[in-house]
Design a protein around this ligand. Structure first.
Ligand code: F0G
Length: 460
């Protein structure tokens, strides 16, 4: 009989960062001052920070030593060429333009490819991505499979595109009104749900038929690749690295927020195989970001990113990364807490509609739940529901997403299994007192990406 069932992290800890322990009283004061918006809390008031996996990763000693090799030349830094090579080797794209982070790349991609009146199909929206599409005159159309909007569906690839929805849109508006289909890997707003390679190949065949490009939001492509490896028939013996390359090679252009998968704290890039798009982006990047060989990044940061890309596609790393998310998700399920299933890759998503069934969407159940979790234990999470969905561009009404979620997002290589235990236990405590929880109302609502800076007060 073999006892060994567990995985463990393929690293050990060399340096620690102390955390603040606060009292419930401190936290009630802090969340009130933050307008019941976890984005407005000071991080010094947070114990376990699961707000986001964006820029919150722990770099390796190799990445830190890369930081010492920063070539801070204004033009033609050697770190740019290392980064360019890492992207070509791991992600297949020919041309790259660094940006300060993902939305810088989305801005350029949207301005270059979208005309007023265009339609942008995608496998669910992402906040900044859709906003840049709209600012360029386009309209986002959701073509993800219906299962993605159902928190109970156990579909293994809830990031898949519904090909009938996509083809119906092409026939309705005409291929000339669709500059590209936006394909996200490990779909964030669906709960970190993967797209299968089989489905991506079908999307490629359909877009080829109509001469439509694919833009890949590759922010969490390696996490998606892990789920292909463990769930899609025929891929068990392929490495994450090979699968990542295969995914990227099926697409034409890409935007990357390097603050996620590739294990750095800041940075991003736009990538393309098309020379004309590249030339336009090279020209545009000097207006908005910086010269085309740094695009808003320091040389040292480009070096850390080049190294991080290679670390992010290692199987052992990804097994532990996704393994920790699954550990937390299963622990929450063991308390009967409603979460999005199957468990995703970058976080566990609480189903706030089921957690707080007595609250209507108009009093922001997910926003309320995130505030309550913070008050309970100092764990910071994020709303991903009606507040994040914003208002309809034309009618001014709230967009009403089916999914009303609280995201517990796991930074990479930062927290331990014991932290995960504390998180699950304290959410179970909130679950016990759920019936006494009331909703929130706006006291301030910003025009763009309102979830970041909105303020609320409790409904008494
Ligand atoms: N695309 C996806 C799928 C993302 O998750 C993000 C960022 C972006 C694009 C934009 O990149 O932040 O570097 O400008 N997501 C963060 C999050 C903010 O917390 O999920 P960015």
């Amino acid at each position: 009989m073999t006892h060994r069932k567990s995985w463990a992290e393929p690293w050990k800890i060399k340096m620690v960062e102390h955390l603040t322990m606060t009292s419930k009283e401190d936290r009630m004061k802090a969340i009130k001052e933050a307008g019941y918006n976890t984005f407005l809390l000071r991080s010094a008031d947070v114990y376990i920070d699961l707000l986001t996996d964006s820029g919150t990763n722990a770099m390796s000693d190799v990445q830190w030593s890369g930081m010492m090799m920063g070539d801070e030349a204004y033009a033609g830094s050697r770190n740019f060429y290392n980064l360019e090579k890492a992207i070509q080797d791991h992600y297949s794209y020919k041309y790259i333009i660094p940006t300060h982070q993902g939305r810088g790349a989305e801005h350029m991609m949207s301005q270059i490819l979208i005309k007023e009146g265009d339609y942008l199909p995608g496998n669910m929206y992402f906040t900044t991505t859709r906003l840049h599409q709209e600012l360029a005159g386009g309209t986002f159309v959701d073509v993800i499979i219906d299962e993605a909007h159902d928190t109970e569906s156990e579909h293994p690839f809830k990031g898949n595109v519904d090909l009938e929805k996509l083809e119906a849109l092409i026939k309705k508006v005409g291929a000339d009104k669709i500059p590209y289909v936006c394909i996200a890997t490990a779909v964030n707003m669906a709960g970190g749900q993967p797209i299968s390679l089989g489905n991506l190949k079908d999307v490629r065949a359909l877009t080829n038929k109509y001469g439509i490009a694919i833009v890949h939001d590759m922010t969490r492509v390696a996490e998606n690749a892990w789920y292909i490896k463990v769930r899609e028939p025929g891929y068990a013996d392929k490495s994450v690295k090979e699968i990542v390359y295969e995914i990227c090679a099926l697409t034409d252009h890409a935007t990357m927020s390097a603050k996620k998968d590739p294990l750095v704290n800041i940075g991003g890039f736009m990538a393309t195989n098309d020379e004309v798009t590249y030339q336009k982006a090279q020209n545009m990047v000097v207006v908005y970001e910086g010269l085309h060989t740094y695009g808003g990044m320091a040389g040292r940061d480009m070096e850390a990113l080049a190294i991080g890309i290679a670390e992010s596609v290692k199987d052992d790393h990804m097994r532990a990364r996704v393994g920790q998310t699954v550990y937390l998700g299963e622990k929450l399920l063991s308390y009967g807490i409603p979460i999005v299933k199957p468990i995703g890759s970058h976080g566990v998503f609480l189903d706030a509609k089921k957690f707080l069934p007595h609250l209507s969407q108009d009093v922001f159940p997910a926003q309320t739940l995130a505030a309550e979790i913070y008050i309970e234990s100092g764990v910071r999470s994020m709303e991903r529901g009606i507040v994040s969905a914003g208002r309809n561009k034309a009618t001014g009404e709230h967009n009403r997403p089916k999914l009303e979620l609280v995201r517990l997002t796991l930074p990479r290589r930062v927290y331990t299994q014991a932290h995960m235990d504390v998180v699950a236990e304290s959410i179970a405590d909130v679950y016990e007192r759920r019936e006494s929880i009331k909703g929130l109302r706006f006291t301030y609502e910003p025009e763009y990406l309102r979830f970041f800076q909105a303020r609320f007060e409790p409904i008494s």
